[in-house]
Ligand binder design. Structure first.
Ligand code: PLP
Length: 381
């Protein structure tokens, strides 16, 4: 964990708002993932923290990558630019999945020469891929239960189990190769049974596909959703891993390759936001601090990720429940209505917020003309 002293030094050097990303913690998270899920290749979901430096650290650690847009694809592709063409080709297959079930025609055309692995979940997408990216390998995304996830995704994506094999056979008839199945149990899933049920459902679809004559599937992608330890209610990762391993070993023979797309798990605990108090007021008897970062910026996860963050102060003092507002003119820019902070903080004092690496700076805007926080990387190799 980056010490408070270092946070203060970095804030002094770079100013605020600041996001400090600790690469030792990213490497630790990746190692934990690999240790407890040894059969699963981690494709880091770049969208969670799309900093090239983060991709580089995970690349060096041995990770593969889940991208969902061409800019994300290019961040990862940058690392292999100089490889010979043949190696580059293999690398893309092993290292990148384009895991967005709905892709624009132009995106497919741009992807096609790379012979990518792409997800799909509907008839229209098969027609599009057959026309614009016939060299792609396909992964059918299944709709699975997202119950108890902080962010549900199943209303937007995923083929119903009953239509899954029809969609596989239709892609086959269109001349495409379906390599396997994927699902996403919802982000920050603390209900571990979602994974168990989804793996069982995928096994049923594999079985039905085989029974109906389709035998080319060789991979299962168990998606993202691995929870970050934001608080003590999140059970240890090894418990989730134990359940996943048991189901994978029971239902999928060793020759089936297992992938996952962890985003939050790799980076949530790796970043700390540091902001400055720029104003203070007492409204309806409650102390309000105004800081130079907010929900349009590093704290965007409050809106887009249904996440809550907590603050710490560098100055000690008697605490009371305060409101923390962001810097923009919008009344929506409320970072917290109930933070227990020292009441004696002054303009210019710093606040910090830990565990804010996932879906934070990645969805920051420039609303009201305020630029995103500066990102500083520590413990890079
Ligand atoms: C297709 C896909 N894969 C992976 C992820 C990463 O999920 P998480 O950060 O919950 O691990 C997401 C997040 O939205 C996603 O949409």
């Amino acid at each position: 964990m980056v010490s408070m002293k270092l946070l203060q030094q970095l804030a002094k050097k770079h100013g605020t708002p600041l996001l400090v990303v600790d690469h030792d913690e990213i490497r630790r998270n990746y190692a934990t993932f690999r240790k407890y899920l040894p059969r699963v290749q981690a494709y880091f979901a770049v969208k969670a923290l799309s900093e090239p430096a983060v991709v580089q650290t995970l690349f060096q650690a041995g990770a593969s990558f889940d991208v969902a847009s061409m800019p994300e694809f290019r961040i990862v592709h940058e690392f292999i630019r100089d490889m010979p063409a043949k190696e580059r080709q293999d690398w893309i297959w092993d290292k990148i999945i384009y895991a967005h079930p709905i892709k624009a025609d132009a995106t497919l055309r741009e992807l096609n020469p790379y012979k990518p692995l792409v997800t799909y979940d509907n008839h229209e997408e098969i027609r599009k891929i057959a026309k614009h990216a016939p060299q792609a390998g396909l992964v059918l995304r299944l709709k699975v239960l997202n119950t108890g996830a902080m962010v549900e995704l199943s209303s937007k994506f995923g083929a119903a189990p009953g239509e899954a094999v029809d969609l596989i056979l239709e892609a086959d008839r269109a001349g495409l190769v379906v390599e396997g199945l994927s699902f996403h149990v919802g982000s920050q899933t603390t209900n571990f049974d979602n994974f168990v049920q989804a793996i069982n459902l995928a096994a049923n679809v594999f079985e039905e596909a085989r029974a109906r004559g389709y035998t080319k599937m060789n991979l299962l992608d168990i998606g993202g959703g691995f929870p970050a330890p934001y608080d003590k209610s999140v059970k240890p990762f090894r418990e989730l891993a134990r359940k996943i391993n048991a189901e994978l070993d029971r239902l999928f023979p060793p020759e089936i390759q297992i992938l996952a797309e962890p985003g939050r798990f790799m980076v949530a605990t790796a970043a700390t936001a540091v902001s400055t108090i720029i104003g203070m007021a007492v409204r309806d008897g409650k102390l309000c601090y105004y800081i130079d970062d907010g929900v349009y910026h590093t704290f965007s996860g409050i809106l887009f990720d249904h996440c809550t963050y907590h603050f710490g102060a560098f100055r000690k003092g008697r605490t009371e429940i305060c409101t923390v507002f962001g810097p923009t003119c919008d009344a929506l820019d409320v970072v917290s209505m109930s933070e227990n902070l020292p009441a004696n903080l002054e303009r210019g004092d710093l606040l910090y917020s830990r565990n804010i690496g996932a879906y934070s700076i990645a969805s920051s805007t420039c609303f009201n003309g305020f630029p995103p926080a500066k990102v500083v990387h520590v413990n890079q190799k």
